[in-house]
Design a protein around this ligand. Structure first.
Ligand code: FSX
Ligand code: SF4
Ligand code: F3S
Length: 432
């Protein structure tokens, strides 16, 4: 719990700055640039959907309440540095389906420096950075995107002739709060994948004495960033975090528990290879290596770009566990994870079409026999579920008999990583 932070609340500093007329409130800014009340309310609603609870500015409020509260907030100055990254974190902030939203976001915060978005370059950009750091020293929020190379004294990335890690030390060191956006900034991400040629690390490794909040995801949801920034600007507090320094309001959910394909997992309907019938039908991607059962993120309910179903599993791609330090870019993409949540795997379920013909017509013991038949069928199903060869006979498979089973060589067949950790997954733990 970091709500009792002792470091200087940005809100107090921002109010001093406001007295100098430098930043102004969000309401003032909206009025000045002509953002409609309707657009701002839509923005507040989206923020509430992203953070239904756990964020002070949206907790138990209506969109009108949120708008009224946010309107009084002094626009927080933000300095955004980009290191080893793909710029996806910036893109996710700006690529919204509503053309106005990108503008709106830039009016809610005061983006003082951002290499990708600013018009200036070279010396002009360097000057803008120096001025922003000096002007808002100790009061700005520093957002870091991308990992930082440390091997060979950081020679693999330089800004204006200085290693990225020196720039981070200076700019991050003077910030009121540091936010690591994306998996790269949180703990190295893609650049740190084996063989990690640049010695890529996340922000926390280089600023050990700074309070840092990680917003992993490749990329993360932009509303998570905005929620954190706005709560901090409003009250000088950060939302409650988990052990990985992730805000709980955005990372408390297990993808698998809230996945729209979960019913297929429970019924044993699995995609075997891209483009097969199961894939076209929207079946579970578990056997394609989906890391949803081990991944905490809100993607299943908070989609990207304001477009329904725009998230990896929504478009038919397995979750790669991009918000988990030990999974994405560490565990091979098609490797099947073990199921270790409370959720019962399909092998423990009776098949939906339990065979009826074997029940004795004798009246006595009918109930017991039926239970026995189901348990037996469940056992058979579990045996079949646990082996790739027999997967075509998983409990739900006969439901679609006649429609054509997803067949042929499965993705699992083609996995080369068939070591002890690679499966077989749900069925294995419950084998009799
Ligand atoms: Fe990393 Fe950000 Fe992945 Fe890319 O820039 S978190 S590679 S989506 O976008 O840093
Ligand atoms: Fe969804 Fe993946 Fe779980 Fe299947 S394994 S239900 S696709 S999260
Ligand atoms: Fe990442 Fe998985 Fe969501 S790959 S974007 S955590 S569905």
């Amino acid at each position: 719990m970091l709500n009792d932070l002792t470091w200087n609340p940005l809100a107090a500093h921002a109010r001093v700055l406001d007295a100098l007329g430098t930043l102004g409130t969000i309401d003032e800014r909206m009025a000045r640039v002509g953002v409609s009340r309707r657009a701002f309310l839509q923005f507040c609603s989206s923020l509430m959907i992203a953070a239904p609870f756990g964020l002070a500015i949206t907790d138990k409020k209506t969109p009108e309440d949120v708008a009224a509260g946010l309107g009084k907030v002094i626009r927080p100055p933000v300095i955004w540095l980009a290191f080893q990254d793909c710029t996806g974190c910036t893109e996710t902030l700006l690529r919204t389906s509503h053309p106005d939203l990108g503008d709106l976001i830039l009016n809610v915060i005061s983006l003082e420096y951002h290499e990708t978005l600013m018009a200036g370059s070279g010396m002009q950009a360097q000057q803008a950075l120096s001025e922003a750091v000096e002007r808002y020293s100790g009061k700005y929020i520093c957002v870091i995107e991308g990992s930082i190379p440390t091997r060979d004294k950081g020679v693999y990335m330089k800004l204006a002739g200085r290693p990225a890690m020196d720039v981070l030390a200076e700019v991050g060191g003077q910030a009121a709060a540091v936010i690591a956006i994306g998996s790269c900034a949180s703990w190295g991400g893609i650049p740190s994948a084996d063989p990690d040629p640049t010695g890529a690390v996340g922000v926390a490794d280089l600023l050990p004495n700074k309070t840092i909040i990680n917003l992993p995801g490749c990329p993360p949801n932009p509303y998570t960033l905005l929620g954190v920034v706005l709560q901090y600007a409003d009250s000088g507090t950060l939302p409650e975090m988990d052990a990985e320094k992730r805000p709980k309001f955005a990372y408390d959910r297990d993808i698998h528990e809230h996945c729209p394909r979960r019913a297929h997992f429970d019924a044993g309907h699995f995609v075997k290879q891209y483009g097969d019938e199961g894939h076209r039908e929207g079946w579970c991607l578990y056997e394609m290596g989906c890391k949803g059962p081990d991944t905490h993120a809100g993607c299943s309910t908070r989609h990207f770009n304001e477009i329904p179903d725009v998230w990896p599993i929504g478009i038919g791609a397995p979750c790669i566990g991009c918000t988990e330090k030990s999974i994405a870019f560490r565990v091979p993409m098609f490797k099947v994870v073990q199921i270790h949540t409370l959720a019962a795997p399909p092998s423990t379920y009776a098949p939906i079409n339990a065979p009826q013909g074997i029940i004795s017509p004798l009246a006595t013991g009918v109930v017991g026999l039926a239970a026995g038949a189901l348990a037996g069928a469940g056992y058979i199903a579990s045996r079949k579920f646990s082996t790739v060869k027999d997967d075509e006979s998983t409990p739900g498979s006969s439901i679609t008999a006649g429609k054509g089973q997803p067949g042929g060589e499965s993705q699992s067949d083609r996995r080369s990583d068939t070591g002890p950790d690679s499966g077989p997954g749900p069925g294995s733990k419950n084998q009799p």
